[in-house]
Design a protein around this ligand. Structure first.
Ligand code: TNX
Length: 510
């Protein structure tokens, strides 16, 4: 089994013997942390050794205590040590998690000496720091079976914070439905790589996946199948609340998407009167796009949207509702613009910020609206309204594209995306006219036309999702493919313990 921590040579860049790996020399590896921290200094002293006397100490803070219990559960199962969680001041041998009032965003500091481990930061930052600590332990720490071993953490100091505030993934639960447990497994992967947004594509032509109590037919009828046929499914509002709760404990914001006015066949199955033809469509199990549309000049359409947005807003603690808006082929430009502006007002009336795919930038946007470029450069139109962008360029960030021609799963319309392609781009220079301050961050969509279970999702996500996580987290100056490929190689034994499927890219020295 390969060791999780590769101690090779490290580049000496600082003064007074400080050895910073923020920008390691090619091939030089001191750790396998992904995403690479903003600043890391290896220290010369002996490592910290976890043993039967180890404990975790926290202040009297509910969030830190919850994170401490998660860390304790992770450590207990593989080491067999008791790892009690204690409130108050630390003793020797303790791992201390401390909320610092001075910290902002998701920042944290981690220091490891022979005698102690200390993570301080915001509550979110402590959770992120816990993931770093996890990756500094041998991969076997992920085992849910008791394993022997020496559990050491190298002496070091880390000062870390994300480059972008939005580091997301999108899961298409419409083309194929994924259970609450499968979504939780996906959230676990986001958490491991410090991603903080899960965008759920909850409706499309093939399936409506969220219970709307005032419109029960949407899920009951619209959720009845999926691509290729079969039972499909939907989340009750209680299921959705459970996903939100699970994500929240991992500092992941859920962004629900209801795609409109196109990609709406499943809704029209339930409400055929909202189709301009007023003919009842059949359930759809194919994969064509662009052909369905809610009728834009029917007042009942807006009544339905109002009901849906109101209920979604009430069960979504995050500030955003995504309204899709992509691939509309059956409305004129002016009809589309009027539709988007009306829906934007509905979302605002229910206290949320609207997000849409890049096409919505044709409309007059509020400055709080977010636009998600995916296929072209039209998102730049949003900037004149002060609206910001979530970068999801299909050629780099679409995690549903095939890796190579030989990849069985996935699509290829935007090209083939090997791991290096997913890694080697800078969101701040990718698109003409878009600079760093126009961007809130990055998001990797996983469309599920070809993905029938979460194992298939994992195959396309890993290792590209960790690559995207580093694009979004690590300062551009601290990112090198040569370093990433070595670090991510050391994660394979971790994925094996976690039971996570992955693509064995020939670009990675496994
Ligand atoms: C385009 S990306 C779509 C989706 C498909 C995807 C497949 C976007 C906003 N629309 O409807 O699932 O391509 O890659």
């Amino acid at each position: 089994m390969a060791a999780g921590i590769l101690l090779v040579s490290i580049a000496v860049t600082g003064s007074a013997g400080a050895q910073s790996t923020a920008a390691p020399a090619a091939g030089a590896m001191a750790h396998s942390i992904v995403p690479a921290p903003a600043s890391l200094t290896m220290n010369a002293g002996a490592p910290f050794r976890l043993d039967s006397t180890s404990s975790i100490v926290v202040d009297n803070n509910a969030e830190a205590a919850r994170t401490a219990e998660m860390l304790a559960a992770l450590l207990r199962s593989s080491t067999g040590y008791a790892i009690p969680v204690l409130t108050g001041s630390g003793k020797a041998g303790a791992i201390a998690l401390r909320v610092s009032a001075a910290a902002t965003g998701e920042e944290y500091q981690l220091s490891v000496t022979r005698d102690s481990v200390r993570i301080s930061g915001t509550a979110a930052g402590i959770f992120r720091g816990m993931q770093t600590l996890r990756q500094l332990l041998p991969p076997a720490i992920e085992s849910d079976m008791l394993l022997g071993g020496t559990w050491t953490i190298p002496a070091l100091t880390i000062d870390d914070r994300p480059r972008f505030s939005w580091r997301g993934a999108m899961l298409d639960v419409s083309r194929h439905f994924f259970t609450v447990d499968e979504v939780k497994q996906f959230i676990d992967l986001l958490a491991l790589y410090k991603l903080n947004v899960l965008h759920l594509h909850l409706s499309d032509d093939q399936g409506w996946r969220i219970e709307i109590k005032s419109r029960p037919r949407l899920a009951a009828m619209g959720g009845a199948t999926q691509v290729g046929g079969g039972p499909g499914g939907f989340y009750t509002q209680a299921d959705y609340a459970e996903i939100v709760r699970y994500a929240r404990e991992r500092y992941v914001t859920i962004v629900p998407e209801i795609d409109m006015p196109a990609h709406s066949n499943a809704a029209l199955v339930a409400y055929p009167e909202l189709s301009c033809s007023r003919r009842a469509p059949a359930l759809y199990t194919g994969t064509e796009v662009g052909w369905s549309a809610l009728c834009h000049d029917n007042e009942q359409t807006y009544a339905l949207i109002d009901d849906v947005v109101r209920e979604l807003a009430a069960i979504t603690p995050g500030p955003y509702i995504h309204i899709g808006g992509d691939e509309v082929e059956v409305l004129t430009h002016d009809e589309y613009v009027r539709f988007v502006e009306r829906v934007q007002d509905i979302v605002a009336r229910h206290g949320k910020q609207m997000i849409g795919w890049e096409e919505i930038a044709k409309a007059r946007l509020r400055s709080t609206t977010l636009v998600q470029p995916w296929k072209g450069d039209s998102g730049v139109l949003a900037l004149k309204y002060g609206a910001k962008l979530i970068m999801s360029p299909a050629k780099r960030a679409y995690l549903d594209m095939k890796y190579t021609n030989a990849t069985e799963l996935g699509l290829a319309w935007a090209g083939l995306i090997e791991v290096a392609d997913a890694y080697n781009w800078d969101p701040a220079t990718f698109q003409a006219g878009v600079t760093e301050r126009d961007i809130v961050g990055v998001e990797g969509p996983i469309w599920s036309e070809t993905l029938r279970n979460i194992t298939a999702v994992q195959y396309l996500a890993i290792p590209r999702l960790p690559a995207l996580a580093e694009v979004g987290w690590t300062p551009q100056s601290g990112r090198q493919w040569e370093s990433f490929r070595l670090r991510i190689a050391a994660h394979a034994p971790r994925w094996n313990y976690l039971g996570v499927n992955y693509y064995r890219s020939p670009q990675i020295p496994w």
